[in-house]
Design a protein around this ligand. Structure first.
Ligand SMILES: *Cc1c(COP(=O)(O)O)cnc(C)c1O
Ligand code: SF4
Length: 345
């Protein structure tokens, strides 16, 4: 295939007409702070003539990233406070994040871990991985291990297979969950060996795809997802609500429908975290709730994610509505916006 490789600098973006030459200076400043990478599949989706392109907004650096808004923070969801050993975040009693790699296939401009991820940040050393697995093995309340990062699926099938085998050997861990953007942004990486590597006899493996715009679900991406589902690995999806990307009900509804058509159940719609320099991509919670209400009014129950906020400083995720039951519990709103007394009189 005669595809360009992943674009990893503002100069490379400029050569492919994704960044105007007169913006190079200010964008180089952004890129020196936050990693840049756009895979060939994603670069192909961007219309260089459209400055508001929803794919470009997610991956092309923006001068506004230099501005830190009030309340934004380096570690927006408080991972560090809950990291007992390197690579593990243990916030909820029954599940842990295991961050085996700190690099990604693409770098999202709104990333909640943007101060931690980047190329060359490396992953867990064999020694650190052993310590992390020892931590999990020593705590029987840990029922689920979530491979996260960075993006664990940038690793080779061989590497993943070895990590999965080690988790599989821990009897009290019953579920292995993988959080990834790779099936959409680098679908060519999802081959039979990679799919096989994630299967663990006796454990349930789930793959959760991070995807924000229906256009990201290309024919190649859909085929990559089908390889997981056909192999008996159920898929869920998580999306981030982003201004100018998916903050209208038609786009959001189209994304959810396309996911369900791929046998992927929408799981979470995340309110954008307070990552530094991302205010221009964040909506208000009121806007998010209005969108969720519109989604509920117009689309199948299969298309409904749960709208969640990761509470700053590590207090975990909570659903943020909208609510349909009145505060006093006396009336309930239907999908058309009409209120009913409950129980009926
Ligand atoms: C998001 C997150 C999870 C997963 O939460 P679910 O609600 O089960 O999807 C687990 N651990 C940490 C530290 C997280 O940030
Ligand atoms: S794929 Fe996830 S971790 Fe990587 S840059 Fe995007 S949001 Fe951040």
């Amino acid at each position: 295939m005669n595809r360009p490789t992943t674009l990893r600098s503002v100069n490379a973006l400029c050569r492919h007409a994704l960044v105007p030459r007169d913006k190079l200076g200010e964008l180089a400043e952004v890129a020196s702070r936050y990693a840049v990478a756009i895979t060939p599949v994603m670069a192909d989706l961007i219309d260089p003539a459209d400055l508001q392109d929803p794919v470009a907004r997610q991956f092309v650096p923006d001068a506004r990233e230099r501005k830190e808004a009030p309340h934004e923070r380096r570690d927006p969801i408080g991972d560090e406070r809950f990291s007992p050993v390197e690579g593990v975040v243990h916030r909820y009693p029954d599940r842990v994040l295991l961050k085996i790699v700190n690099a990604c296939a693409v770098y999202c401009r709104f990333c909640f871990r943007r101060e931690m991820v980047g190329p060359g940040r490396g992953g867990l050393s064999p020694k650190a991985l052993a310590a992390a697995l020892g931590y999990i093995a020593g705590r029987p309340q840990i029922w689920e291990v979530i491979l996260s990062g960075g993006d664990p699926l940038i690793l080779s099938a061989r590497r993943l297979k070895s990590v999965v085998a080690k988790i599989r050997a821990i009897p009290h861990v019953k579920v292995i969950r993988v959080h990834t953007r790779v099936p959409a942004v680098a679908p060519e990486h999802v081959d039979a060996a990679l799919v096989r590597a994630l299967r663990a006899k006796g454990k349930a493996t789930f793959v959760v795809l991070h995807v924000n715009h229906p256009r990201e679900l290309t024919a190649q991406a859909r085929a990559a997802c089908a390889r997981f589902v056909d192999a008996g690995i159920p898929m869920l999806a998580q999306s981030v609500l982003l201004r100018g990307v998916n903050d209208d009900v038609e786009t959001l509804g189209a994304l959810m429908r396309k996911l369900v058509e791929c046998r992927i159940k929408p799981y979470y719609l995340h309110h954008a975290d307070l990552a530094p320099g991302t205010a221009h991509l964040r909506t208000t919670i009121a806007e998010g709730r209005a969108l969720m209400r519109a989604l509920h009014g117009r689309y199948s129950g299969l298309c409904q994610p749960s709208y969640v906020l990761d509470i700053p400083d590590g207090y975990g995720k909570s659903p943020i509505g909208p609510n349909y039951l009145s505060e006093d519990g006396a009336t309930i709103e239907d999908f058309n916006g009409r209120r009913h007394i409950y129980p009926p009189r």
